[in-house]
Ligand binder design. Structure first.
Ligand SMILES: [Fe+2]
Ligand SMILES: [Fe+2]
Length: 148
């Protein structure tokens, strides 16, 4: 069975690829770029939901680290990331492709966020979850479709 850190890291990489794809397509194919951005946004929101609905609550229960631990910081960063996604999305919907500044900010936020999860939080999760809990996580996300 794949470790949670390996699985979640792969998802970070997949999301990074989608966003790079969007930035390249902005120049050559606006409609396709918008389509890829919508896919990126919903997949990143889904990734954040996996963390906030399943990984973080169990980690907090197991370690007793609620308001002062790494998950508290990650949740604040999620808010900022979702806010940027919304701003870029609104621009694209209004017909503007001028999102370069917002794109840059998002990349900065997201890469520092992902680094922290990959280097600190996910390894702590790997250590604190037992095999049954890891299995349950994979089961849960298979059946999970958050409302948009
Ligand atoms: Fe996250
Ligand atoms: Fe993540």
């Amino acid at each position: 069975m794949k470790s949670i850190s390996e699985f979640m890291e792969q998802d970070h990489n997949r999301l990074d690829d989608l966003f790079n794809n969007f930035k390249e397509l902005k120049i050559s194919d606006e409609n396709k770029a918008k389509e890829i951005f919508a896919e990126f946004k919903s997949n990143l929101e889904k990734h954040i939901n996996w963390e906030e609905e399943f990984l973080f609550p169990l980690f907090e229960r197991k370690t007793g680290m609620f308001n002062s631990g790494p998950t508290a910081v990650m949740k604040i960063e999620h808010k900022n990331i979702k806010d940027l996604l919304r701003q870029i999305s609104e621009k694209l919907i209004s017909g503007s492709m001028q999102t370069d500044e917002l794109d840059k900010t998002l990349v900065t936020f997201l890469s520092s966020h992902n680094q922290k999860e990959e280097n600190i939080l996910y390894p702590m999760i790997d250590k604190s979850f037992n095999e049954t809990e890891v299995k349950e996580f994979y089961e849960n996300i298979k059946n999970f479709s958050p409302e948009e």
